[in-house]
Write a protein that binds this ligand. Structure first.
Ligand SMILES: NC(=O)C1=CN([C@@H]2O[C@H](COP(=O)(O)OP(=O)(O)OC[C@H]3O[C@@H](n4cnc5c(N)ncnc54)[C@H](O)[C@@H]3O)[C@@H](O)[C@H]2O)[C@@H](O)CC1
Ligand SMILES: Nc1ncnc2c1ncn2[C@@H]1O[C@H](COP(=O)(O)OP(=O)(O)O)[C@@H](O)[C@H]1O
Ligand SMILES: [K+]
Length: 472
């Protein structure tokens, strides 16, 4: 599990560790790890130029000490200071190693790499004009963000508003001890590039962190959570998933939802709905049967005007539900909770309608909105996007970024609904079913895409391969 902690949690864990270590030891660990990664990236230090953008805090200190290591290895290290008092000991170390502070009007050499150390976890969103200008000077040069890309909302995963200013977009982010929320949550995560964590543990101890509320499943977690049949399993033990989706207007959505459900992860699939869709389901998925008892329902994809009735009928069975698309408009129609266990799967536009806000507001602050929706509707909410967010009712959130951009294709969401339904039927709790489903869906899309385009049916067909590719 990848875990992301808040600034408050990180500061408290760092303070506890620092109390057991000699002065400066933590920054030494952080900056040495940073320097080694930068040196690897540069390939060779000798003859290379690195520009440090350095603010007033310890984030700048990290970069100055790392710069000292790089300078000792032969790099030309030049500092654009954005404060009159950059970390004094760090600056002294850099100067002693041969690095230098650029004068205010001195352009400096065109660097091979920029280290962004304007602000770290002490930063407020946005860059001041001087920092924005220092960044513009080196436009086009690869940027390594120290800890976080300066200017992003560290705990919110949001980007600064136009009034707050701009932010750094990094090619790589090097952080320390644990992930920050902005590393896992869009839109800020998109500004981080790949994120590398330098461990802070060593002689004298390691960070002791609180349980994280924002996490990201890894392949091993999915393998551990996924229910698998054992020797004596029967189809009914493995769970029966029912699909009430599709309509005369959107027959394909019903078929794709069935395809996601019929990927083999539940023991049996039932389809109930439009007669023409049912006939095509029968032809394309001969193993799918008609109405009867189920352990979970997948409802709403392409349901059109039938969606409300489908939801009412599914709800009457008092089993877990996954609710998508047209049925999302009806989740509050029935008074009281929708089901004992429900997963709602909106994209940003649908979530905006459900919460009566603008779509742009959801896209700018997906973490806040997905949490609000989970609380408001008393359900697990899976907000689809580049990085899908799955929120539990208590505020825990799992981020899933396994899918390639090719997955943004019509019908992909219908497949996901069926897949999550199958996982609910197989016995997973809603939070696990939604996050494991989103992870496998993205992974199946990656396999099906192999770098090229795909259609939604390809994603459903690749689900078994995604399961086979999990670690034992
Ligand atoms: N405490 C420690 O020993 C360690 C700290 N570490 C580093 O220390 C950083 C945190 O350092 P600090 O707490 O000094 O905070 P920062 O260096 O993140 O920034 C704080 C300073 O930036 C100013 N500032 C805030 N927002 C700004 C903005 N939008 N534009 C311009 N200036 C702004 C503040 O007034 C303050 O002076 C971490 O991100 C990490 O890089 C690491 O070295 C690990 C160990
Ligand atoms: N840029 C992107 N990168 C990766 N996956 C994406 C991206 N945009 C959307 N997706 C995924 O594609 C799927 C689209 O689903 P959805 O919007 O419901 O489409 P539809 O309603 O046509 O089925 C979701 O699983 C979503 O997470
Ligand atoms: K930074």
């Amino acid at each position: 599990m990848r875990r992301a902690h808040t600034v408050e949690e990180i500061r408290s864990a760092e303070a506890a560790l620092m109390a057991t270590l000699p002065e400066g030891a933590l920054m030494e660990r952080a900056s040495t790890g940073l320097a080694h990664l930068v040196a690897d990236l540069l390939g060779a230090c000798y003859g290379r130029t690195v520009r440090l953008l350095v603010g007033s805090g310890d984030n700048g200190g990290d970069a100055l000490y790392a710069g000292a290591v790089l300078a000792r290895r032969g790099c030309r290290v030049e500092v654009r200071a954005l404060s009159s008092t950059p970390h004094p000991a760090g600056l002294a170390a850099l100067r002693a190693a041969g690095g230098r502070l650029l004068g205010a009007d001195e352009p400096g050499r065109r660097p091979d790499l920029v280290l962004d150390a304007v602000v770290g976890i002490g930063g407020r969103p946005g860059l001041r004009d001087d920092a924005a200008a220092a960044l513009a000077e080196v436009a086009g040069v690869p940027v390594v963000a120290v800890d976080v890309p300066s200017g992003v909302g560290v705990d919110t995963g949001e980007l600064p508003t136009a009034a707050q200013g701009t932010h750094v977009t990094a090619d790589l982010t090097v952080t320390f001890g644990t992930h920050r929320v902005c590393h896992l949550v869009d839109p800020a995560a998109a500004a981080c590039g790949p994120v590398h964590v330098v461990p802070l543990g060593g002689p004298g101890g390691d960070l002791v962190l609180a349980p994280a509320s924002v996490t990201a499943l890894q392949a091993g977690d999915v393998a551990r959570l996924l229910p698998r049949p054992v020797g004596e399993s029967q189809k009914y033990d493995r769970g029966v998933v029912g699909v009430r989706a599709g309509s005369a207007r959107y027959p394909g959505a019903g078929l794709l939802c069935v395809a996601g459900a019929a990927s083999g992860l539940a023991g049996m699939v039932r389809y109930v709905g439009d007669a023409e869709v049912a006939a095509t389901v029968k032809a394309q998925h001969p193993e799918v049967v008609g109405d009867g008892r189920v352990q979970a329902w997948a409802v709403g994809s392409g349901g059109d005007e039938d969606a409300r009735r489908h939801l009412a009928e599914a709800r009457a069975d008092e089993v877990p539900l996954v609710v998508d698309a047209d049925a999302l408009r009806h989740v509050t129609d029935f008074g009281g909770p929708l089901a004992s266990a429900a997963v709602l799967t909106p994209h940003a536009g649908e979530l905006a309608t459900m919460l009566d806000v603008e779509r742009s507001a959801v896209e700018a602050a997906p973490l806040a909105h997905v949490r609000r929706a989970a609380e408001t509707f008393g359900a697990v909410v899976l907000l689809k996007g580049r990085r899908t967010l799955v929120a539990d009712r208590d505020g825990d959130v799992r981020a899933v970024g396994t899918g390639p951009a090719w997955l943004a294709t019509a019908g992909a969401g219908d497949v996901l609904t069926g897949l999550v339904g199958a996982l609910l039927a197989s016995g997973l709790a809603p939070y696990d079913a939604a996050s494991v489903g989103a992870w496998l869906h993205g992974s199946a899309a990656r396999l099906a895409s192999a770098g090229g385009p795909l259609v939604a049916g390809d994603v459903a067909r690749a689900i078994p391969s995604a399961v086979r590719a999990l670690p034992a």
